[in-house]
Write a protein that binds this ligand. Structure first.
Ligand SMILES: NC(=O)N[C@@H](CC(=O)O)C(=O)O
Ligand SMILES: [Zn+2]
Ligand SMILES: [Zn+2]
Length: 427
């Protein structure tokens, strides 16, 4: 017995249309134009998707699940629940856990846990570039790939040594896997909690300058040119980074990049006060940088949207702007935020947003997901575009609720998430 998802709105190359989708045996068996009438649904279950968007399952290539080691912030069980509620069917998790994911055993640990406690969500682990993310010694990329790592990153910190990064790129290139870079030059940061700029000046805080990000982006683009690796830039937040990536693409280098909803929507001018729910890395930048990343995603310089879902406990965030850890949760607000801010306002088409969160990340990382096509795995997210709801952090399925978006009234809430033909979350 299969499932017909009836009368949903789909967005694709042909524009928007109403379709019926038959899911059978874990895959998309048939896609039919609704104009031709209802299909014969006898012997099948049905889901009424009339008036709702039926999108490919959302794909998030940058998330923190915190397990092993930081289970007070999040676990694979709670993180995947939160992801499913946000409409995500495939997520790629960062290795800055405790211990970090720098051995075959830790990769396997994450994959095993995801299989048993991952709520059906596809979890793809990254391995560390350097042992313990200390920047001193490369990990065994060959063994990590063999164990299931889909790329290498020291997310949380920048790789400070250019030689180390170059060696990492050459190694990754030989295995045909990407390097995913958290770009941050430590000599330009010195413990600052927010961006250099208006907010920092007003509160007498040290600021993180734009160059601390862009210097690594520029350096790494040169190293990517030299090595030919697929180089992917994490959470781009500055005008200068966008400019460098744009130029690298014009020159034909194998460079891709991601941007987070918060960097597309918030600037440092929006930070209401010394509340650590507004503290993340990279920090919220100037309005000029926000404009630059928006233009970056619009002209294709930035390829994909990721959440950088970074849960921290209420106790940790209560330590205040100076002492609290960097990061905000993202799964349960990402699509509604971008839908409300960019699609409902008429700036982006629905198709553009959906692509940036589905087919584009799948294509950048060579994954067989992110599209609604006969024969592909039935990873599908149904989204209510009509109902307005306020963000309620207390209702998050994530173990943490550190978000600056509490109370925001948004449209575009996922109502059903299906992975491989099984419903993994529904309202
Ligand atoms: N983004 C953040 O502010 N924090 C991330 C680390 C990271 O993504 O660099 C975290 O692990 O908490
Ligand atoms: Zn990072
Ligand atoms: Zn991160």
């Amino acid at each position: 017995m299969g499932t017909w998802i009836l009368n949903g709105l789909t967005v694709g190359r042909e524009g928007q249309s109403q379709r019926h989708i038959l899911v059978d045996n874990g895959s998309i068996k048939q896609i039919a134009d609704a104009a031709a009438g209802l299909p014969d649904t006898s012997g099948h279950e049905t889901i009424d998707a009339a008036g709702k968007l039926v999108a490919p399952g959302l794909v998030d290539m940058h998330v923190h699940l915190r397990e092993p080691g930081f289970e007070h912030k999040e676990t694979i069980a709670t993180g995947t629940r939160s992801a499913a509620k946000g409409g995500f069917t495939t997520i790629a998790c960062m290795p800055n856990t405790r211990p970090v994911i720098d051995t075959v055993d830790t990769v396997k640990y994450v994959l095993d846990k995801a299989r048993t406690e991952g709520n059906g969500v596809r979890v793809l682990p990254y391995g560390c570039i350097t042992k313990n993310e200390l920047g001193r010694e490369l990990t065994d990329f060959t063994a990590l790939k063999e164990a299931g790592a889909i790329g290498f990153t020291d997310d949380g910190v920048g790789v400070q040594s250019a030689q180390m990064m170059k060696d990492a790129m050459a190694f990754a290139k030989s295995l045909d896997l990407p390097i995913i870079a958290h770009c941050e030059d430590n000599t330009l940061v010195e413990g600052a909690p927010v961006t250099e700029g208006a907010f920092a000046r007003k509160h007498g805080l040290k600021g993180i300058p734009n160059e601390s990000e862009a210097i690594h982006v520029g350096r790494d683009i040169l190293l990517a040119e030299a090595t030919g690796v697929h180089y992917h830039v994490c959470h781009v937040s500055t005008e200068q980074s966008v400019r460098l990536i744009r130029q690298a693409k014009q020159l034909g280098f194998r460079v891709t990049a991601e941007v987070c909803p918060h960097h597309l929507i918030l600037s440092d001018e929006d930070i209401p006060g010394l509340d650590a729910n507004w503290k993340m890395n990279p920090p919220l930048r100037s309005p000029r940088d926000v404009q630059a990343v928006i233009e970056g995603i619009e002209d294709g310089t930035l390829d994909i949207v990721v959440t950088d879902h970074a849960p921290h406990s209420a106790e940790e965030k209560a330590k205040g702007m100076m002492l609290a850890p960097f990061g905000i949760v993202g799964f349960e607000t990402a699509f509604p935020l971008l839908y409300t801010k960019f699609v409902k306002t008429g700036r982006w088409t629905l198709r553009f947003l959906v692509e940036k969160m589905t087919s584009a990340p799948a294509e950048v990382f060579g994954l067989p997901y992110g599209r609604l096509e006969e024969g592909l795995p039935a990873d599908i997210t149904i989204i209510d575009l009509e109902t307005e709801r306020a963000v309620d952090p207390a209702s998050f399925l994530s173990k943490s609720n550190n978000t600056p978006f509490g109370g925001w009234k948004l449209h575009g809430w996922p109502v059903l998430t299906m992975v491989g033909g099984s419903v993994v979350w529904s309202e």
